[in-house]
Design a binder for this molecule. Structure first.
Ligand code: NAD
Length: 255
């Protein structure tokens, strides 16, 4: 197993991609801190799955738009398992609106969860990595939209573009400690964030036609790469973005 004796925090771990990440990291032997914000029942289900696999899990509620709650999440994980080795910044959200209608409230929410929380969660674990002399791993679940425009989702794109630069910057700043940081950037994955798309067959067909591999991704398609990046085998990989998008990003075609 790739992650035996490792402890991983997965933010937004109670559903969607986060759930698959908890499951996969646990299968590789890691103990998991499952963060959730609003679905304790779903977090409990993920914990049970992890225990069935034969690993251990701790559930911690934290609203990641608040730095105090982020610090508490990391502290609880360290207190319970004695250490943390891996942080997966997975939690995120998007709000659709024409640019001229975006409210300050929605802008703040998207930027706080998708960008500010990545910054401060990473800061909290890096402080722990330094204190314990641990060359830990940070993996951010970014998006193809750290690169690709997405009209009507400008705040989302700005947040993911910001995550791209956090990763590049910290790869340089933290490299001397052996700490690695990378982005995994999904394309269109079948999760609750895409609920409207999944319930609209016509739009779904259009999106699928743009994906060279001809289907939406599954959360498990993302999880294998994250497990690899969290492992010792990935020790020389830092500051990079890895796309998991079925070829979507590069599918320019003349009509
Ligand atoms: P999802 O909506 O199923 O999961 C998002 C998770 O983030 C949820 O568990 C939610 O509770 C959590 N979250 C939101 N706000 C939070 C807060 N304030 N505090 C704590 N947790 C909070 O969607 P998903 O597809 O699983 O998304 C996971 C990540 O993948 C996100 O960062 C998203 O931007 C990214 N992503 C998803 C897709 C896709 O097509 N599904 C594509 C590209 C990137």
């Amino acid at each position: 197993m790739k992650l035996e004796n490792k402890v991983a925090i997965v933010t937004g771990g109670s559903g969607g991609i986060g759930q698959a990440l908890c499951d996969r990291l646990a299968r590789e032997g890691a103990k998991i801190v499952i963060n959730y914000r609003s679905h304790p029942d779903e977090a409990q289900k993920v914990k049970q799955e992890i225990e069935q696999i034969g690993s251990e899990a701790l559930i911690v509620r934290a609203d990641l738009s608040k730095v105090r709650e982020i610090n508490n999440l990391v502290e609880e994980g360290i207190n319970y398992f004695g250490k943390v080795d891996i942080l997966v910044n997975n939690a995120g959200l998007e709000k659709r609106a024409d640019f001229w209608d975006v409210t300050e409230e929605d802008y703040d929410l998207v930027l706080n969860v998708n960008l500010k929380a990545v910054f401060f969660s990473t800061q909290a674990v890096v402080r722990h990595f330094r204190e314990t002399n641990n060359p830990g791993r940070i993996i951010n679940i970014s998006s193809v939209h750290e690169e690709l425009p997405f009209p009507h989702f400008t705040a989302y794109c700005a947040s993911k573009g910001g995550v791209k630069m956090i990763t590049r910057n910290l790869a340089v700043e933290l490299g001397s400690m052996g700490i690695t940081i990378n982005n995994v950037a999904p394309g269109a994955i079948a999760t609750p964030i895409n609920e409207k798309l999944l319930n609209n067959p016509e739009q779904l067909k259009k999106v699928t036609q743009n994906i060279p591999l001809g289907r939406l991704g599954e959360p498990e398609d993302v999880a294998g790469l994250v497990a690899f990046l969290a492992s010792d085998e990935a020790r020389y990989i830092t500051g990079s973005t890895f796309y998991v998008d079925g070829g979507l990003l590069w599918n320019y075609q003349e009509q």
